[in-house]
Design a protein around this ligand. Structure first.
Ligand code: G1P
Length: 296
């Protein structure tokens, strides 16, 4: 067997309009919404780095300059913190700029997640790569992406992350029909459908925002017609790869049982902030005590 190319690149789509958070996102990217004291996107970048990915590409668009600024040096601020002797905050500020280097490419038009991933084609080239969606935060203690990278290396196909959801909630996600593989802790994905009505969904396994993809997905995306919402759907391209034969076909799933925080809509965002804040050593206990009183 020829040695498979290792996964070193992460693609982070961040071009969405953030309509669910308007007007907060009128002049600010939704990826910059704070989760306690870090912007949501920083958790995702940290996860990519922690998983061993060394080449980060963010897909941005109009009005996303704050993202580039956040992950860049800010000498004026660094000097001011130094003069004040505020070493803790200085370290936090410097840390965000040391996660990179991050590369950027712009998606000129909002034509869907599949189209955003296709914008990474030139940068990624002919190697398997990870995709991390900013709306999903995976708990630091979980090694989901590293596991998915191992499955990609073992199978040579593409790997998605699946999570059981309440049957009624499946219509907000891509949904997979799967078969267990004997002796393996990952599954074969037979087919995928983007945001099916609960009544016709093949399962209650939702696609969550982590993927490790074979570069064959680019060719498929180029030939994928707009689907749900008139957008080019990554799910549809993966459906093609799941049913295909030959180089780069085959889709596998890792069923995630760990903790995921969804920052994609207002209510789940608030829950994510409260959950992560309640785990902070500085004020977690105070927050929980206050919450109990507040609820009563
Ligand atoms: C995207 C994908 C969907 C997936 C979801 C996970 O949808 O198209 O298949 O289940 O991310 O968060 P979006 O949430 O961008 O509409």
């Amino acid at each position: 067997m020829t040695k498979r190319k290792a996964v070193t690149k992460a693609v982070i789509p961040a071009a969405g309009l953030g309509t669910r958070f308007l007007p907060a996102t009128k002049a600010m990217p939704k990826e910059m919404l704070p989760v306690v004291d870090r912007p949501a996107i920083q958790y995702v970048v940290e996860e990519a780095v922690r998983s061993g990915l060394t080449d980060l590409l963010m897909i941005t668009g109009r009005n996303k300059r704050a993202l580039e600024d956040h992950f860049d040096r800010e000498p004026g601020l660094e000097r001011a913190l130094q003069l004040k002797g505020d070493t803790a905050r200085l370290a936090e500020v410097e840390y965000a700029s040391q996660l990179g280097p991050i590369h950027y490419v712009r998606q000129g038009e909002a034509k869907g997640l599949g189209h955003a991933v296709l914008c990474a084609k030139r940068h990624v080239g002919d190697e398997p790569f990870a995709v991390l969606l900013g709306d999903d935060l995976i708990d630091e203690a979980d090694t989901l992406l590293a596991t998915m990278m191992e499955v990609q290396q073992e199978t040579g196909g593409s790997v998605i992350a699946l999570m059981e959801v309440e049957p009624a909630a499946i219509s907000a996600y891509g949904c997979g029909d799967i078969t267990a593989i004997e002796g393996k802790d990952f599954v074969r994905v037979n087919s995928l459908v983007e945001k099916p009505a609960a009544s016709v969904a093949p399962s209650n396994l939702a696609v969550i925002g982590r993927y490790v993809l074979h570069p064959a997905v680019f060719g498929v995306l180029e030939n994928t017609a707009p689907g749900r919402g008139n957008e080019i759907q990554l799910t549809d391209a993966l459906q093609t790869l799941a049913g295909g034969e030959g180089e780069g076909s085959g889709v596998y799933g890792v069923v995630f049982k760990g903790r995921r925080y969804d920052t994609g809509d207002r209510l789940s965002y608030l829950k994510a902030v409260i959950t992560l804040a309640s785990e902070r050593v500085e004020f977690g206990e105070d927050l929980k005590t206050w919450l109990k009183g507040f609820v009563n």
